[in-house]
Every structure is written in C-alpha cells, then in structure tokens.
Design a protein around this ligand. Structure first.
Ligand code: EPU
Length: 441
C-alpha cells in the first residue's frame, strides 16, 4: 500500500487547476445505463472511485472508452447482466446508484447491499422505500437487494424523503425519468451534484423541473437518447486546497472554481480571516498576513456547511487562534481523524457529535493512518502544517477522491512525496457477453 510522506511547516503558494467533481461524475456516468445510445462525459477526474464505477459499468456489459482529454464515453446499448456484485459495491457505496436506472429501463436489478462504512451505518432504506412507492417489488436476499417491476414499468409517485439524502435523490431521479407519469420528490437533496445530474438527464431527453430546490418534479418519458455533458468542478477539492493554504498561512489560486457552489465555505474562510478575491476564472485566497481565527460550524445538507469539509476545518481550527466547536449532524461517526490529530499535538475533545477544539501554536509530524476520504485529506493538511515529517498510511482513501493531490500540492511548494507500496492495478473495463433487453427503450 502506498504512503504519503509530507515535510511540513512551509506556507503554500501557487496555483491549482480543479478537477471535475467526483460526486457529480459518479451518478452521471451511471445515468448512461438509462439509454441505448452513447453518453459522452467531459471533465472526468482521474480517481479510483471513477475507475470502480467504470469497472462496474463494464461488468454490466457497457462499452467504456476513456480518452486522454478526460472524456469518457459509455455505451449501455447492449448489457449482459443486471447484477452489481458485492466485490464492486463494497469498494464504492455509490454503486447503489445503478439500482434505479437498471430497474426503470429493464424491469429488474440486483445490487449488493453496501453495508456500514468508516463514517457511519449509512443505510439505503430511503432508496428502497421510494422504489417500492413507484411500484417495484423489492426483497433483501443473501445480502442483495433484488428489485423487479411488472411489464408496465415503474409508476410516477409522490415521494417524501424522511432525511435529505444525496444518492437517494439521485437514484429516484434516475428511476423517475423513465417511469410512467409524474414523480414528485419532496425534501429532495439540493446539492450542486444533484443539479448537475439533472442537467445531464435533461440533455438526454428527461423532463425534470425544480432541481436545486427541495421539490423535484419529473415527468416520465418513453426513452432517453445519447448526449454530451461536462461535469462541474469539484467544490470539495476546492475547499480542501483553500483550507490547505489557509492552515499553512499561505496563498493559493484555484482555477475552474464556481463560487456559487462553495458559498458557505468561503463565508467561513472570511470569518477565519482569509482574504478572498473571486473573478470569473477562479478564486484566490491569501492568508499570509493574517492570524487565522477559529470558527464554529455545524454540518448540514446543502446549502448548509458540507460534511465533506468538516475534517479539514477541524484541522484548521486546531492550529488557529481561540477555541471552537465543530458539530457533525449528517453522519454519526465522522471524527476518526480527531484521534490522529491528537497524536500530532492537537487539543481536541469529543463530546457526542461535537468536537471541542482549542487552537495550539503548532503540530508535530507523526506516523498517522487515514480512515476515510475526507479524514485522509485532513491528515495531509495536518502534515503540511506540522513541523517535521508526517507519514500517512492507507492513502488509497485519498486516491478515491483527490486527483493527483501530491502533484497539485507540490506545484504550490509543498514537500509531499508518494512512497510506493504494492503495485497498483489499473482497470479500464472491457465489454463481453450476451445482451439484456430494455423494458422501455
Ligand atoms: N440516510 C438514511 N437512509 C438512506 C439514505 C441516507 O438514513 O436511505 C442517511 C445517512 O445515513 C446519512 C444521511 O442520510 O446520515 C445523509 O446521507 P446521504 O444519503 O446524503 O449520503 P450519500 O448519498 O451516501 C453523498 C456523498 C458523500 C457525502 C454525502 C453528504 C456521493 C457519492 N457521496 O453520500 O460524499 O458526504 O452525500 O453530503 O455523492 C465523500 O465524497 O467523501 C462522501 C462521503
């Protein structure tokens, strides 16, 4: 397993080009399952989760082409299985997103239950309940969700989510585009990634209104067609680099940034003392002459403070002036990074779902272990701030969601190096096997 070796204590100064959003690209690639014509997706980030998604699509029988210019073309005209196996779902929970598209287009689907993960139990009951409300028969057998629907296909329905769920909204949105009649998703997720998926579905011929609000109305159509879609930039990658510069008291310019997607993070950074300038091509953060001030925050669904930025702000507060509280309300167990930060000298106490943080003047390098994607990013930031060497183990988590992180940070003057472990395997799926007939396309 690869490790990252960071030699810290030096302010960042440089420019980073943002990659496409991981959490937008995943459902958009999977949306290709909804039609028999190729879907071309541009600005696809080079990440392990994307490789897993392409491997899953290839396993189902889709033809996948990955081009040098970050464009992926997926042709799901000729699938040969409707089963997403445990081996792929366990490496990436977002694989659950194939359930809605396969069921609505082919009338059946079988997807392994994802199970718990490092940040909480993360059930998928709301995905299943919504599909049942649209007329699907769903059972859980031998760890698999088995779903089917009669020849008429899914019916439109009014679906009220008990909790705001991002992939739950995306799964039912994709199911609804080919359902009969009108589906209304209430208390829907408003995340920019959901809006990007809706834009792609509309380009494919879907009839969707209200994406970006908490009520999305979908009028089912008989079939979708191929399209070309450019994915939005990654707002969490952006936030992570802004925090890296802020925590090291440096300066960074991000190109390809959409300020609308990161409003609340920018607000918190301003409150923390950062000088931000935004123009149509990007954003610049300057923290070279400011004493960082700790900020209180509570995570919430969009437009609230993103849980995917919580770990990075815990690190920032740990080395800022003053005391602060960070409360996690989206996931039940998303503070694993705190124990590693404590080993580097941070003064943080956990009380229930709140971290009580007292800023310290510095951290010291240590050997630490990454536990999930955003916790790993927090440890990289901690390594950049700390005096001496920090060796981060289990960085496969980082490779799931940060495109060439060590290269981008090195461009800003960071001393960060990958120490190779076992050879990594690269997977671009191939097409094989027999075909499966669509229900309605
Ligand atoms: N929930 C349920 N039942 C469900 C679905 C969700 O109780 O059927 C609960 C979850 O347990 C959680 C809350 O609802 O407490 C919100 O979970 P959500 O479903 O929104 O999370 P997700 O869709 O599984 C996506 C992102 C996560 C991000 C969350 C929250 C993707 C692929 N993943 O997960 O991204 O943290 O939304 O914004 O879009 C990451 O990128 O590091 C990451 C974890």
């Amino acid at each position: 397993m690869d490790k990252l070796l960071v030699n810290g204590g030096c302010p960042l100064d440089g420019e980073v080009q943002l990659s496409g959003s991981k959490n937008a690209t995943l459902p958009i690639l999977i949306a290709s399952l909804l039609c028999a014509e190729p879907l071309q997706v541009r600005n696809v980030p080079h990440l392990r989760d994307i490789t897993t998604a392409l491997k899953l699509l290839g396993h189902l029988g889709a033809r996948v082409e990955f081009n040098e210019d970050l464009t992926v073309e997926v042709d799901s005209g000729d699938l040969h299985t409707l089963r997403a196996p445990y081996e792929l779902v366990k490496t990436m929970r977002a694989s659950i997103l194939v359930l809605g598209p396969l069921l609505t287009r082919f009338g059946e689907a079988e997807v392994s239950l994802p199970g718990g993960c490092a940040i909480g139990s993360r059930p998928v009951d709301l995905h299943i309940r919504g599909l049942r409300e649209m007329g699907a028969q769903v059972s859980i057998e031998n760890g698999y969700i088995k779903a089917s629907v009669g020849r008429g296909g899914l019916n439109g329905a009014r679906i009220l989510f008990d909790t705001v769920t991002v992939t739950g909204t995306e799964n039912l949105l994709m199911a609804a585009v080919l359902a009969r009649g009108i589906t209304v998703l209430e208390n829907a997720a408003r995340e920019p990634e959901v809006v990007d998926l809706a834009r792609c579905l509309i380009a494919m011929g879907g009839a969707i209104e209200g994406a970006g609000t908490d009520v999305i109305t979908v009028t089912g159509v008989d079939a979708l067609h191929g399209a070309c879609h450019t994915v939005i930039s990654d707002r969490i990658e952006a936030g992570t680099y802004l925090l890296a510069a802020a925590a090291t008291r440096g300066r960074i310019r991000l190109t390809g940034y959409d300020p609308q997607h990161g409003d609340v993070v920018l607000e918190k950074l301003r409150e923390a003392g950062a000088i931000l300038s935004i123009d149509p091509r990007g954003v610049t953060l300057d923290m070279r002459k400011t004493q960082p001030q700790a900020v209180n925050l509570t995570t919430a669904p969009f437009p609230g403070f993103p849980t995917d930025m919580q770990a990075q702000f815990v690190l920032f507060n740990a080395v800022a002036n003053g005391s602060s509280t960070v409360t996690e309300t989206v996931f039940e167990n998303r503070f694993m990074h705190v124990h590693e930060l404590q080993r580097m000298g941070a003064d943080i106490h956990l009380r229930g779902n709140t971290a009580l943080i007292q800023g310290v003047t510095g951290l010291s390098g240590a050997q630490v272990m990454a536990t999930d994607l955003r916790a790993s990013a927090c440890l990289v930031l901690a390594g950049l701030v700390a005096e001496g060497e920090t060796m981060i183990d289990r960085i496969y988590h980082i490779d799931r969601g940060y495109d060439r992180i060590e290269e981008k940070l090195s461009q800003c003057g960071a001393s960060i190096r990958r120490i190779p472990g076992w050879p990594a395997t690269s997977v671009i799926p191939s097409r094989e096997g027999a075909s499966v007939s669509p229900l309605q396309s």
